[in-house]
Design a binder for this molecule. Structure first.
Ligand code: ADP
Ligand code: MG
Length: 575
């Protein structure tokens, strides 16, 4: 066959295929246009999964009478005019492809009026062909109606999911915009039924409540403002609020929803220790980065982006999420309708690789307090960071301290709590502060492998300050004379090498001081299984109270969980 330039009809359908993959892509493009037009109110309607009809109504700028037909030309856009502007795109659209692509594969009509025009204009296209233009009365703004999608592309139509699948996709796209733009009032109905209604109040928490429910919203943690060039804002759920898939990870770059595996991974990895494996968090995060550092023109659907300082952004994102989790984690509580439903989630499942057998207790479950799906009860959470005044009642399983507090029963994991105490204790000491050390009856010789020896050498001062007195004897042999008094002394050789191994592992910490503190805390903390006296328990709780982040151990697992009074009342049928 000889080479021919395709007929415009064919080429426009091919181009349309890239932009308009399915009904939800139409919704996405039209909603983005409404947002770009500065709308404060957007209504989306879809019938039969959007295949029969999609309508998007906005109160934005409208299109000037004499530009309406132009808007349906390929590569016609009001958003950029020069190639250089591609570098600094601040609008969601810019390719000028959506309206012509949508019109090419459906019957599309548009009613629009700008503030300055007296009346509105109606235009209609069928399979890309202009059918009619006429004056109509209209409020200012734009209404786009797309009917009979893919009527002229039976192959594409065949590949669509069921109407409920397509409706679901539409709903998830609109939800994302409601989360990205809490200042815009967004309503969406499917087959006439209102599915999404956001107030447009500007509050992200309110938007989250409208999309995911109030119970999720009250648990969300705010990412504190940061001052770097990459500004990260939004809200994330605590680890206790988790899902079996990534659907509730919403990441926006400069207000644009993006789907990026690596960025999602930096969020997920920040939850290390807070979430069980194969569970995913709830997050709504916007990254504001300089426009010239993002290339949004990587894909026709614009959901993939290329970032200039990728590594830096990944790091900043992970850090922001991690710090929010650690500093703000409220006391988790049994929140299910029935405590009997909760119990199975309390199995020991924390599977983090841990080189030390003696500290198996630190493998105690990373509890999963699954969300409540069928109640709208708003649960009040403890204000973050503060520990309530607790009256100790006793110990169960030689592992948990049971206490009464202002709102119910509080269980403290003695090992996790002590880890937190030891960790902060070391971190608040000055570098030269010596930690109590105890001489061994007889010095012992220790052989280290080359990695261990490297750490023992490089961080000698740090490790010595923690209470290990040792000396290099050459050939990776060391003489150990004293160990920290806080550590168990049964097998000093093993204790020392385990300490160094765990320090090398680092527990996700950055500085060597933190790594050493983490290792000390893991080793030195009271084990699960140890019976504690009332006095010891009181002392432990007092020390925990004085911690800066008393609610989690250094790995991020909870030190304390709560059974609220209201849950007790509910379980006993008092409400
Ligand atoms: P792009 O959004 O990439 O510019 P589109 O094909 O989506 O391309 O839209 C073409 C142009 O039509 C836009 O640049 C804008 O000027 C105008 N337009 C489209 N939808 C609207 C709307 N809802 N309100 C105001 N103007 C609109
Ligand atoms: Mg557009």
């Amino acid at each position: 066959m000889s080479i021919k330039i395709l007929h415009p009809k064919v080429s426009s359908q091919i181009a349309a295929g890239e932009v308009v993959e399915r009904p939800s892509s139409v919704v996405k493009e039209l909603v983005e246009n409404a947002i770009d037009a500065g709308a404060s109110n957007i209504t989306v309607e879809a019938d039969a999964g959007g295949i029969d009809r999609i309508r998007v109504i906005d109160n934005g700028s409208g299109i000037l009478k004499n530009e309406i037909l132009l808007a349906f030309e390929r590569f016609a856009t009001s958003k950029i005019s020069m190639a250089e502007e591609l570098e600094t795109i601040s609008t969601l659209g810019f390719r000028g492809e959506a309206l012509p692509s949508i019109a090419a594969v459906s019957k599309t009509s548009l009613v629009t009026r700008t503030e300055s025009d007296n009346g509105g204009t109606f235009v209609e296209f069928k399979g890309g062909t202009h059918i009619e233009t006429r004056d109509v009365p209209a409020p200012s703004g734009t209404i786009v109606t797309v009917e009979n999608l893919f009527h002229n592309l039976p192959a594409r139509r065949k590949f669509l999911g069921s109407t409920s699948t397509e409706s679901h996709q539409i709903q998830s796209i609109v939800s994302r915009y409601a989360l990205a733009k809490p200042e815009i009032k967004i309503n969406m109905s499917i087959n006439g039924k209102l599915m999404i209604s956001s107030s447009g109040s500007g509050s992200l928490q309110e938007a989250i409540s409208e999309i995911y429910g109030s119970e999720t919203a009250v648990q969300m943690l705010t990412i504190p403002p940061n001052s770097s060039e990459i500004s990260i804002s939004g809200m994330i759920g605590p680890g206790s609020l988790n899902r079996s898939n990534r659907n509730r990870i919403n990441l926006f770059i400069n207000g644009r929803w993006v789907s990026d595996r690596k960025l999602n991974y930096s969020i997920e990895s920040a939850y290390h220790g807070f979430l069980k494996e194969r569970r995913f968090p709830v997050a709504v995060i916007n990254l504001q980065v300089p426009y010239e550092d993002v290339d949004v023109n990587a894909h026709p659907s614009k959901t993939e982006v290329r970032l200039k300082h990728e590594g830096q952004i990944f790091g900043a994102l992970q850090k922001a999420v991690r710090e929010t989790l650690i500093s703000d984690s409220p006391i988790p509580h049994f929140g299910s309708d029935s405590i009997y439903n909760v119990q199975p989630h309390f199995q020991i499942e924390y599977t983090k690789k841990h080189p030390i057998n003696e500290t198996q207790e630190s493998q105690i479950s990373n509890q999963e307090f699954t969300k409540n799906t069928n109640t709208n009860r708003i649960q009040t959470l403890m204000p973050s960071k503060a520990l309530p005044a607790l009256r100790i009642l006793g110990q169960v399983h030689s592992t948990y301290i049971v206490s009464e507090g202002p709102d119910g029963i509080y269980l403290v994991d003695q090992h996790a709590a002590h880890e937190r105490i030891l960790f902060e204790d070391i971190m608040t000491k000055s570098i030269t502060d010596l930690i109590n050390s105890q001489s061994l009856l007889e010095p012992i010789t220790i052989n280290l492998d080359y990695r261990q020896a490297e750490i023992a050498q490089l961080h000698q001062e740090l490790i010595r300050n923690l209470g290990f007195d040792y000396q290099d004897f050459g050939d990776n042999t060391y003489i150990l004379r004293a160990v920290p008094s806080a550590l168990h002394k049964d097998d000093p050789d093993k204790m020392f090498t385990d300490f160094i191994d765990l320090m090398a592992e680092g527990g996700g910490f950055k500085t060597w001081r933190e790594k050493a503190a983490y290792s000390m805390a893991c080793h030195g903390a009271i084990r699960a299984g140890k019976i504690m006296t009332q006095r010891e328990m009181t002392e432990l709780i007092q020390l925990l109270e004085s911690c800066k982040q008393p609610h989690t151990c250094p790995h991020g697992r909870p030190t304390i969980v709560q059974i609220t009074r209201s849950l007790l009342e509910k379980e006993f049928g008092r409400t």
